[in-house]
Ligand binder design. Sequence first.
Ligand code: Z5A
Length: 203
Amino acid sequence: MRGKFITLEGVDGAGKSTHVEWLADMLRSGGRRVAVTREPGGTELAEKLRELMLHSPMEPLTETLLMFAARDEHVRRRILPDLDAGTWVVCDRFTESTLAYQGGGKGVDAGLIGQLSQIVHPGLKPDLTLVFDCPYEISHARVTGTRRALDRFEREGRAFFERVRAAYVAAAQAEPQRVHLIDSTQTLETIRACLQGLVSKLA
Ligand code: Z5A
């Protein structure tokens, strides 16, 4: 049977990476084969593109096209083969990030992003998307408290952050069965109980 595709999303510092390995281990303890990966990244070339995107100034459209170039490599070389082999894939960010950051945050046309996603991953949509939601004050403090050098996205200001956050909220409202907002100001234990409940419905 095909594996399930779970993605974790949210504004920078909201806390998604904190839960990725925990989620994978929780699934493994239930007998699943699980692969953990991330975007941008997940293959050798996509990781090189990630470095460019995080640190080199570029136009929003260039950034969007590079995100999908990296995603094409990732989907074809890792995600689809794993899912087809019955492995569950837990991915730190996917196309919902492009809609939120390049679309909501930088004004790239959502229709164009939709077209690119149809070209790069037709028929592939996460079975479950977990959006870690967090107010600016808290996520910003988390990011600046854990880092020395911030990347290009983390250096954006509050207005950008609010547009990205609003795009995620809109995504959850548009597809409430598949996209779930998680209040990331809660304790790790409360968040994990919530994740466990959501994932258990996928089996
Ligand atoms: N990007 C894009 O623009 N378009 C796209 O299509 C894609 C990506 C795919 C890199 O992603 C950048 O790529 C990203 C968007 C852009 N922008 N940025 N920045 P990334 O996922 O690698 O980068 P990130 O969002 O900054 O991830 P991160 O640094 O791993 O942050 P996080 O996962 O949201 O947070 P965390 O590392 O799990 O937690 C941050 C801190 O908070 C840490 O010290 C935790 O211990 C703490 N924490 C977490 N949860 C809690 C709770 N509940 N209570 C207390 N403390 C907590």
